[in-house]
Design a protein around this ligand. Structure first.
Ligand SMILES: Cc1cc2nc3c(=O)[nH]c(=O)nc-3n(C[C@H](O)[C@H](O)[C@H](O)COP(=O)(O)OP(=O)(O)OC[C@H]3O[C@@H](n4cnc5c(N)ncnc54)[C@H](O)[C@@H]3O)c2cc1C
Length: 347
């Protein structure tokens, strides 16, 4: 039972509610406490409430990058801070501040409508703006670190709002400081982006150019690129509204050039993309080669077209998906001596 409801009267705190509508895997696990937060004041109030209850606090955005493996014996804070404000404008750029609860794709569409370039390649990524810096979301050759300016976050210990400029976020491939040394220490409330009024088009990655051709589009624009990206994503990735999933389950591993050459001798078709640390190998290829593509066990499995995506066909359990992911990791390690790391956050 709630004991101090009067003190927190503005906040609607629900108890023992199902999180099924709040995660794209569609896993039916319960949260002990659940509250939506619409402002930084709400965030601070929820932090205080969780502290008083002596219960852990979990921050939830759109639930598109989490796997619920058990009931959540915690206070779940659902981020709903909204608003998109133009902060500053120069001849070439705009600086925009966005509430952490804004839907990412809606924000992308807003930018396209205003002719603000930079995020069009990131069209249709599910989730919230506040979660986008967490793992430096990326797709079709672009990561948000390229348009990111800074963010405001509430320190979970001191309840103070702090500003993190670009350098402080320590972005990497699907990484930021908030997933590493500052894990579970901040609630991101506002994100600042620097967008361009004079676009540079990135069509070299994936099938963007080819799709633009197929769509009969010869005049390049950020609208056209967004349309092509949406088209490709819809044809390649399962829609979580139809089949539960969290997008790519694993990160693409980077291995040394020496290991890559060794593997290539026995596996001539192995794809590899050089980066600063070595050669990035598509996890999807590794999973396919170990025979998991299209695997199904009861209500869960590996998507039949996109082996990097683990799926819940309905009624599946998070711990079944976790166990399957472990088996996949073991197979890939055994066959290729490559360790796959999960991109999805286990709860
Ligand atoms: C079909 C599909 C396709 C996808 N494609 C891509 C892709 O192309 N590229 C890509 O990078 N990702 C992709 N993803 C993954 C996902 O969309 C992103 O990681 C997204 O940023 C997650 O946002 P969210 O709001 O749903 O975060 P959630 O799943 O709610 O949370 C993710 C993590 O961030 C934390 N968190 C969330 N919000 C905050 C906050 N405000 N403050 C502090 N911590 C917070 C949570 O505690 C959790 O640890 C895809 C997912 C799906 C389902």
């Amino acid at each position: 039972m709630l004991t101090s409801q009067v003190q927190f009267s503005n906040m609607n705190i629900q108890e023992n509610i199902s999180l099924k509508p709040y995660n794209t895997f569609g896993i039916d696990k319960k949260a002990k406490f659940f509250a939506q937060v619409f402002s930084e004041k709400d965030v601070i109030e929820a932090l205080s409430r969780a502290k008083k209850l002596d219960i852990p606090l979990i921050v939830l955005g759109g639930g598109s990058n989490i796997l619920l493996t058990q009931d959540v014996d915690a206070f779940v804070m659902k981020i709903e801070l909204n608003g998109i404000s133009l902060i500053k404008e120069t001849e070439d750029e705009v600086f925009v501040e966005v509430g952490a609860g804004e839907n990412w794709h809606d924000f992308v569409l807003h930018c396209i409508k205003n002719n603000w370039a930079g995020v069009e390649n990131l069209s249709l990524i599910p989730g919230t703006v506040g979660a986008s810096p967490m793992q430096n979301i990326g797709a079709y050759g672009i990561e948000i670190k390229e348009v990111f300016e800074g963010l405001y976050a509430v320190n979970r210990q001191s309840a103070e709002v702090e500003y993190f400029p670009w350098e402080a976020c320590k972005f990497g491939y699907r990484e930021s400081v908030f997933k590493n040394t500052l894990k579970d220490q901040y609630v991101i409330t506002r994100v600042l982006f620097k967008l361009s009024k004079k676009p540079t088009f990135h069509t070299e990655y994936g099938a963007i150019s080819q799709t633009l051709d197929e769509m009969g589009i010869s005049d390049l624009s950020i609208q056209a690129i967004s349309k092509a990206v949406i088209h490709i994503r819809q044809s390649k990735l399962p829609d979580p509204k139809e089949i539960g999933n969290a997008g790519s389950f694993f990160k693409n591993p980077t291995i040394s050039i020496a290991q890559f050459e060794k593997l290539k001798a026995n596996n001539p078709t192995i794809p590899g993309f050089p980066n600063e640390e070595g050669i990035k190998v598509p996890a999807a290829w590794l999973i396919e080669q170990t025979g998991w593509k299209g695997y199904r066990q009861g209500n869960i499995g590996v998507h039949k077209l996109q082996p990097l995506v683990l799926v819940n066909y309905g009624g599946g359990e998070g711990n079944e998906i976790a166990a399957l992911s472990k088996k996949i990791q073991e197979s890939v390690l055994e066959k290729f001596n490559i360790k796959l790391h999960a991109e999805v956050n286990f709860i």
